[in-house]
Design a protein around this ligand. Structure first.
Ligand SMILES: Cc1cc2nc3c(=O)[nH]c(=O)nc-3n(C[C@H](O)[C@H](O)[C@H](O)COP(=O)(O)O)c2cc1C
Length: 218
């Protein structure tokens, strides 16, 4: 996986900016999730001069489906998005709840990433939904996904519902405030840490295509 390994802020040089990436995993072009992620990331950038912020709306990128190849071999938009995530110090990841979990395009992004892309990084989680029913998808679906990457899902994820929006615009003051607090926590984690915070090593999971294992041959 040469060329795609994440480097810590320390490796990049002491007082480098905090690169904060917001990701919206909605396939919808008028997305409430995007509005929520933008609210959090904008707040972080406005309050903290050290923050270099960018929001990626996955619907704007032509990501190929993950096929198991080494992540360094992807090209085009797929390559660009992988590189942005790898280079990020911190993330705010948002998804609409689809069928009680995160969306397929968000899962595909996580499948495309190298295993160490999020190692030790803070991740603020945001979900939008039509109902209260799937609040625990944050705990049971999103946190294990982030956990695979040995990233830190921050406590205090935000769950916003349709009624918190008006014509696609996030209007609920309480939800806006919670998103701002989430953004503050993500930045604070980076500023208190001189690099990613990692515990014990996880077992290595090799990435091999069906053709490399012989399963794809007739
Ligand atoms: C295919 C599909 C599945 C959905 N599944 C759920 C669900 O299981 N639970 C829920 O509360 N809302 C569900 N919703 C509603 C969306 O989560 C909600 O409208 C969300 O805010 C859409 O976000 P977006 O505007 O960023 O795309 C679903 C919507 C779609 C289109």
């Amino acid at each position: 996986m040469a060329g795609v390994r994440a480097r810590s802020r320390e490796e990049k040089g002491g007082l480098s900016p905090v690169k904060l990436i917001g990701i919206s995993g909605s396939p919808s072009s008028r997305s409430k999730t995007l509005a929520a992620v933008e609210t959090a990331v904008r707040h972080a950038a406005e309050r903290h001069p050290a923050v270099e912020a960018e929001v990626l709306s996955l619907v704007d990128y032509d990501l190929v489906f993950c096929d198991g190849r080494d992540p360094s071999l992807y090209e085009g938009d797929t390559r660009r998005v992988i590189d942005k995530v790898v280079e990020a110090d911190a993330l705010v990841v948002g998804t609409p709840i689809y069928r009680a979990t995160y969306t397929g395009i968000l899962k595909n992004l996580f499948d495309l990433l190298p295993n160490d892309a999020l190692l030790g990084k803070p991740v603020g989680l945001v979900a939008t939904a039509g109902s209260d029913h799937h609040y625990l998808a944050i705990e049971h679906e999103l946190k294990p996904l982030v956990g695979f990457f040995q990233a830190h899902a921050l406590p205090g994820a935000v769950y916003a519902k349709n009624e918190h929006f008006d014509g696609g615009e996030l209007v609920d003051r309480g939800v806006i405030r919670e998103l701002e607090k989430l953004a503050e926590a993500v930045v604070a984690f980076c500023e208190r840490q001189r690099g990613p915070l990692v515990g014990a090593s996880a077992p290595t999971i090799e990435r091999r295509t069906p053709f490399e294992t012989g399963e794809g041959e007739s």
